[in-house]
Ligand binder design. Structure first.
Ligand code: PAF
Length: 294
């Protein structure tokens, strides 16, 4: 699907061009870069919400003559057998409207066959960090995520790629892959967007029932209250956050961890850390995290 519109650079400005074929998208992106534009990629799985819009606004504010590019692809490789691949929301027309409203120039919406044609079974391996935290209950998730992100980086060839801090382990792993495998681009994390009551925005929030929604806010409250006592050290942070989580019986906490903000290894005294939580509420699994200065 392509809707070209010409300007002085030869490509749409203020109007959206949509490509589903990598072979068409790559030359467009390369030509834009050759013309001095800075290609800034926001990779998504669609179902765009205010958090994605914030990423796009952030993309547009990157210094330079920016081309904001959004990819929309529900990547089957990062879903486990019992996860929500089939029911994952795919409101493409609404997503394209959101992209138009936010001034996106290029959208890349490949099909599964475009991304993984028959026989395409080479994968990126996420390493030890890929099996930790989110990787524990979701084996292979980060291999699948990094594989598609590596492909998107090659296809789009961005100067900068933006990822939300909400998926902090994902952001850390993408930065690590870019370092380890020498991808020529910068990866930038953008702070989590929250509802007024503190709930982190997520495409999965739509699964929360009316009864679960107010209970889910306990997650962000626990993180905030834990971070607030950081002057008393790591144990106090974890103890305070755990005490808040324990007030909500509907939450099944999978992990609550304080980790080093750069490596997600053990936190360092006096260093930047991250307090991370994952919990189920009913059938919905939610994650959240906040910065903590130790
Ligand atoms: O965060 C997401 O939406 C996905 O994991 C990503 C980065 C688009 C890769 O499929």
């Amino acid at each position: 699907m392509t809707a070209p519109a010409r300007t002085r650079n030869g490509y749409a400005r203020g109007r959206l061009t949509v490509h589903d074929d990598p072979a068409k998208l790559t030359p467009v992106s390369r030509a834009l870069r050759a013309a001095g534009r800075k290609v800034v990629l926001v990779p998504t799985m669609g179902a765009l919400h205010e958090g994605h819009r914030e990423l796009i606004r952030h993309a547009r504010s990157v210094p330079g003559n920016v081309v904001p590019v959004v990819s929309i692809f529900v990547n089957p490789l990062q879903f486990g057998p019992n996860e929500d691949l089939e029911r994952y929301p795919r409101p493409l027309e609404r997503d394209l409207d959101a992209c138009r409203e936010e001034g996106v120039e290029l959208v890349f919406t490949p099909s599964v066959d475009h991304m993984y044609p028959p026989g395409s079974d080479t994968r990126i391996v996420a390493g030890a960090l890929g099996a930790d935290l989110e990787g524990g209950p979701r084996p292979g998730h980060f291999d699948g995520m990094l594989t598609v992100v590596a492909k998107l980086f090659h296809i789009v060839g961005p100067d900068v790629a933006l990822f939300g801090e909400k998926d902090y382990q994902q952001l850390t792993l993408v930065k690590k892959m870019v370092r380890d495998l020498d991808f020529p681009l910068s990866v930038v994390g953008v702070p989590t967007v929250r509802e007024p009551d503190g709930l982190a925005l997520s495409s999965r929030n739509v699964y929360l029932s009316a009864d679960e929604r107010p209970r889910a806010v306990t997650l962000s409250r626990a993180l905030r209250e834990g971070a607030a006592v950081s002057a008393h050290g790591p144990a106090a942070v974890l103890e305070r956050a755990r005490a808040v989580l324990d007030t909500e019986p509907a939450l099944q906490v999978e992990y609550l961890e304080l980790r080093d903000a750069d490596t997600l290894g053990e936190p360092v005294d006096g260093g930047r850390a991250r307090l991370l939580v994952a919990a189920r509420i009913g059938a919905t699994r939610l994650i959240d995290n906040v910065p903590v200065q130790l």
